[in-house]
Design a protein around this ligand. Structure first.
Ligand code: GDP
Length: 484
């Protein structure tokens, strides 16, 4: 992974931004927690569950500040950045806790929310003994945007060569066909035309979209803003596509020159500001990964996920290569990789899912020569939609999960109506995670989307309790040490 994500002026901008953050909050320290993951990996659900658990002191036995009696409480605070949408916590919670709970709308662009956490500090020597506060800024952004980092050090010609090489691979046939047809017979030296640029961009975006469908679940295709454009949707900076190289020198009025300019505009107007203004200001990061979906889609999707994680890890820039390290006060010091939706498996497989996640990240870390920040892997369900049971199969006990598949979900020729509860044997993960990377036979999982829990308990104060798996451990890793 090339190491040129930001320029010198960006570095100074980041440093000044960090100083400004510190000046704006002289008394209350702020922890900026980045929450990312590819589309539908579970960011919206995780953030909603996390905020709700902190606001209501939810069931969090693995969250040491709570069990040790140090955590006093949390409240929502005024949104700190006027230019970034607020995370729609209230709407998402309302969807999950309404009369008929439904999953809320997913993350489409960056959003943010601030919580103030109050706790009893034990840090006598730091002069902080007694009740004290921490601002927790949660920054939610699409993981697709991280995949854009390598583009910063690639020319249009280099990016085009790798994107076209990939689209022409046999395993991309199904999704890339339309785009390759659109390119067929097109001379890159032809006159520049908005109509042609739009047609190619549309076909290329469709190729990216098809790659992400269930059953394919491929994930490593930049430009990340094509599928999640944020506020720049439809602008020229998002209307380009890879082109084969022209035979002679590039003519400035040619289609090739036009798309090359747009590619450079995409980097300057979209990619670089995101890294400079948002990513570089994070202190901690959780990367959510729908590992089970990739396992279910087969070895190509698993290999692809591993590549995506390698690229994401490459974004966590290390100090040694950065001459202005001393200026950049903020540095991500903890990264949690969470395999989400662990409630799709029986708890007897949760440790195995964690091992798979570890294996996925270990490969990525090795290749990216990543060192420095503390990383951990966890299997988690931010909101648990199933319970566990045992069914008797001709005298043999079978561990199953019990839940209501969403309307339209299909398994073994049966289409579910969204109302019928079923007991499902989800399948086993292999004991040795390496086998997932060696074997060409996919693990056989029964993977269905379930409706969210329909009957929710209430705690002594009357607040709804959202069931989860290991959310408390995730919180403890991400925040626990900051609440001492
Ligand atoms: P985002 O695009 O990363 O924000 O993804 P979401 O948080 O919206 O999650 C996408 C979908 O995954 C949801 O609509 C749910 O169907 C499912 N999902 C997310 N988290 C969980 C979980 O903890 N358990 C279960 N069973 N499903 C989940």
């Amino acid at each position: 992974m090339p190491q040129a994500p930001t320029t010198l002026s960006d570095e100074i901008g980041i440093a000044l931004g960090n100083l400004a953050d510190a000046a704006a909050a002289p008394f209350t320290p702020t922890l900026r927690l980045g929450v990312t993951g590819l589309s539908r990996s579970g960011k919206t659900i995780f953030i909603t569950a996390l905020i709700h658990a902190l606001l209501t002191g939810g069931r969090l036995p693995g969250f040491a500040p709570l069990t040790e009696g140090r955590f006093i409480g949390a409240r929502l605070a005024e949104h700190p950045d006027a230019g970034i949408p607020r995370f729609a916590y209230e709407d998402h919670l309302a969807a999950l806790t309404g009369k008929t709970p439904v999953w809320p709308e997913s993350t489409r662009k960056i959003s943010q929310l601030r919580l103030v956490l109050k706790f009893q500090s034990k840090r006598l020597f730091a002069g902080m003994l007694g009740p004290t506060s921490l601002n927790l800024d949660i920054v939610d952004y699409p993981g697709e945007w991280l995949l854009d980092l390598p583009l910063l050090s690639q020319s249009f010609a280099q990016w085009s060569a790798s994107a076209l090489g990939r689209a022409s691979k046999p395993h991309s046939n199904h999704e890339a066909e339309g785009f390759l047809n659109a390119l067929e017979g097109l001379d890159p030296e032809t006159e520049a035309s908005d109509v042609t640029a739009e047609r190619l961009a549309k076909a290329f975006t469709e190729y990216l979209r098809l790659s992400r469908e269930d059953g394919r679940a491929l994930s490593t295709l930049p430009p990340g803003h094509f599928l999640l454009p944020g506020d720049m949707e439809g602008s020229p900076a998002l209307t380009f596509a890879p082109l084969p190289p022209p035979k002679g020198p590039v003519r400035s009025g040619s289609l090739y020159a036009m798309l090359e300019r747009r590619y450079e505009a995409y980097k300057a107007l979209i990619v670089r500001p995101f890294f400079r203004d948002h990513f570089a200001r994070l202190d901690r990061q959780i990367v959510l990964v729908d590992t089970l979906r990739a396992l279910n889609a087969g070895p190509a999707a698993v290999a692809d996920l591993e590549t995506a994680l390698t690229e994401i890890l490459g974004c966590f820039r290390q100090g040694e290569n950065n001459p202005l390290t001393w200026l950049v006060a903020r540095r991500i010091d903890r990264i949690l990789f969470a395999a989400t939706k662990a409630d799709h498996l029986h708890s007897s497989s949760h440790d195995r899912l964690e091992a798979v996640m570890n294996r996925l990240v270990a490969g990525a870390a090795r290749r990216a020569k990543f060192a420095g920040a503390e990383t951990r892997s966890i299997a988690m369900a931010a909101i648990r939609a199933t319970r566990e049971g045992v069914v008797d199969d001709r005298g043999k006990p079978h561990e199953v999960i019990v839940g209501t598949p969403m309307a339209g979900q299909m398994l073994d020729g049966v289409t579910y109506d969204g109302k019928t509860e079923i007991a499902l044997f989800p399948g086993d993960l292999p004991e040795r995670p390496d086998s997932l990377f060696e074997d060409s036979t996919p693990v056989s999982l029964n993977f269905l989307r379930f409706v969210p829990p329909q009957k929710l308990d209430r705690n002594a104060e009357g607040s709804v309790v959202l069931p989860h798996i290991r959310l408390d451990r995730a919180l403890d890793f991400l925040l626990g040490d900051k609440l001492r």
